[in-house]
Design a binder for this molecule. Sequence first.
Ligand code: HAM
Length: 434
Amino acid sequence: MSTTFQKVAAIRGMNDILPGEGARWERFEALVRDWLQQYGYRNMRTPVLEQTRLFTRGIGEVTDIVEKEMYTFTDSLNGESLTLRPEFTAGAVRAAIEHNLIYDRPQRVYTMGQVFRHERPQRGRYRQFHQISVEALGMSGPDIDAEMIVMLARLWKLLGLNDIRLELNSLGASEERAAHRAALIEYLERHRDILDEDGLRRMYSNPLRVLDTKNPVLQEMANGAPRLFDFLGAESRAHFEGVCQRLDDAGIGYTLNPRLVRGLDYYNLTVFEWVTDRLGAQGTVCGGGRYDGLIGLLGGKPAPAVGFAIGMERLLDLWSQVVPVEVVPECQIYIVHQGEAAQRKAAGIAESLRDAGLAVIVHAGTGSFKSQFKRADGSGASVAIVLGDDELAQGTASVKYLRADALPDGEALAGQQTRIPFDMLAQALAEHLA
Ligand code: HAM
């Protein structure tokens, strides 16, 4: 019986991160984890799959994400509707409620990993992408909103990025949005004849989003629309001023953007985005804001919250424009060998070197010294150890220093070859490669 196998490929918009890039991702993630720790945020991990109603309720029925971007399917075992997480916030809040995390004290948490949105792929816009999502649960003041923004400014500085600008707005409280909404619907009704299909559909369900249009015909109409900011009461204004004052204290510049509404329905009061011109059309590297209603909406005891998420692909793209991508060596030491006895000895020596904290690759299989040395060179190792009949007979290894850069006395050693007794190898090399 013959079967033909149809070639398989990655799903469009879902990228492989290959070994060279993987090292850069790890470096980036390590830096990010240190940064988060400096502000007291602790890691949590939630499932990739959640019940669909978490997102329809949490993110909002009339949002692009819920209307057309979710990967939703029915669990064939029990008929339940499940969705691959399109963001982290709803899941983090669900977990916090389910495990009583904010029962008696506030929590600073972060999640990092893949999220899924069925969007049209292009540079900076993928169907599987990564977010760092940071949530401060149970804190209500403008101090924490501002701290989050200051914290992001520190990250840009740590990464050496200075082409990211901050856009800021306030969405007020729900009654203020309701009053504005009524005024806005009235305004949109007066301009009904120029609205496009999306606009007409959203006019009553989500009129704010009608203003967030790319359609040039509608932009002038949008510019003249009643502004939410004018409907904010004293308390909302005071909160917003509190955020602005603290940003001024920290010397962080921002642009007030009254049209900034964000694409998820759970926000109130402060909303913000960090945007760059260096990434083409998808220039928003981070977005967030306050979501004081979400915990209550998802069945928890109402508590305030604020957070943001960074798009990791976008930030890494920007970072590699500024900081050159360095080649990370596969190991520090590469062991080449000739003959079965030497190969077996190599495995033992490698373990003793790893005991001393060194990173070692033993050439797998066999091959001429020449071809093995070529692999050793390609691996980026600083040192090659050579084991052949002569070395085994004498109980010493030939050690060849390949690269100057990773060695303290590198200039003198590079290209040199010496013999070191087996039992002194680990100590000698650990000193050289420390
Ligand atoms: P968001 O604005 O939908 O917010 O996404 C946050 C960031 O994820 C965006 O600023 C962007 O950098 C990145 N991003 C979004 N879509 C894509 C895509 N298709 N491909 C690549 N990157 C993308 C949220 O998700 C909220 N949960 C943020 C938040 C956390 N608010 C409060 N806490």
